[in-house]
Design a protein around this ligand. Structure first.
Ligand code: PMP
Length: 317
């Protein structure tokens, strides 16, 4: 992969050009998807960058390593330093995405996590809107079910588990839709291919229970905290497909997707957002997120890591 704009990555404990960050094709991460990863949004504003909930992304990445028993751990201060050095080296002039992941170069044939040595690598990419913010997604309930945590951890952001997301999205696109919604093994609505969800159904805002087949999404948690601060409670309840078909709004949340909305699911239109513009819940949430990013929310200081690009020079190998 080459990435002309953000050409540096962190690899083998150094910042190097992406083309030098190569691994052997026989390594376990390549063969078996043995990795866990994170995705962090970076916003470029007036020569400074703002990273969204860096500490929470770090915590979830380390939890992923623990769940999968990779034996890899790094202190937060070290992680933060690496991310800041990499951002400074890449000197972004636009919004971007940071992808840290824990991987192994071990090339033993037998798939297992306890013996190989795992390390962390990080790269960046420019990223503006992942989905068109003004046009609701036409979604399809996938024939692929979200795997259960009894088979592969759904909380670890494990690389291999994204084969499930790829299958669902590929099917949805082939059938002429924009995105997939996945049912869990019991037939309840779980999440999108890379998003959590909130439903506005009969006047209540509902999301699937934390212990269901969903990622512990940081954007979802943010949305819930912001809604609660506005006096709007969010209920954690099982959602079935009939509820989705008859809901007022279906909101999709994710680091890449940010706060987005569905216009229809399996051809059934959402009552308050069938043709765009987004419905009232989506608009409220977007406004609250903007306040956070513009450092105008009581949550901004806690959730935003801000630093200047010119303050220091990163050491590039
Ligand atoms: N579910 C899945 C399967 C995802 O890949 C993502 C994206 N990380 C999400 C939900 C949303 O999580 P977050 O808000 O932390 O990005």
């Amino acid at each position: 992969m080459t990435n002309e704009k953000m050409n540096y990555c962190y690899f083998r404990k150094q910042i190097v050009p992406l083309e030098k960050a190569t691994v052997n094709v026989s390594c376990q991460t390549m063969q078996y998807g043995s990795s866990c990863f994170s995705g962090i949004r970076g916003y470029y504003r007036d020569g400074k960058v703002r990273l969204f909930r860096l500490r929470d992304h770090y915590d979830r990445l380390m939890e992923g390593s623990k769940i999968l028993s990779f034996g890899f751990f790094m202190e937060y201060e070290n992680f933060e330093r690496i991310i800041e050095d990499l951002v400074i080296a890449n000197a972004p002039q636009e919004d971007f995405y940071i992808r840290p992941f824990i991987f192994t170069e071990d090339d033993s044939l037998g798939p297992r996590f306890d013996t190989p040595e795992f390390d962390m690598t990080v790269y960046m990419k420019p990223l503006n809107n992942y989905y068109d913010p003004d046009k609701g997604l036409r979604m399809m309930i996938s024939s692929w079910r979200k795997m259960s945590d009894a088979s592969i951890s759904v909380k670890a952001k494990a690389g291999g588990s994204y084969l499930n997301s790829s299958l669902a999205t590929t099917e949805a696109k082939r059938c002429g839709y924009d995105e997939a919604l996945l049912l869990d093994q019991s037939g309840a609505i779980a999440e999108g291919s890379a998003t959590n969800l909130l439903l506005e159904y009969q006047g209540n805002v509902i999301t699937p229970p934390t212990g269901s087949a969903t990622l512990n999404g940081i954007t979802l948690r943010t949305a819930i905290q912001l809604l609660q601060s506005e006096g709007i409670p969010v209920r954690f309840e099982a959602i079935d497909r009939s509820m989705v078909y008859t809901s007022n709004e279906l909101i999709l949340t994710g680091t890449a997707a940010q706060v987005n909305f569905a216009s229809s699911v399996d051809g059934r239109e959402m009552a308050k957002s069938s043709t765009g513009p987004p419905g009232p819940l989506c608009q409220l949430l977007r406004g609250l997120f903007d306040e956070v990013l513009n450092m105008k929310s009581p949550f901004s200081d806690k959730w935003i890591t801000e630093f200047s690009l010119k303050s220091e020079e990163a050491v590039v190998a």
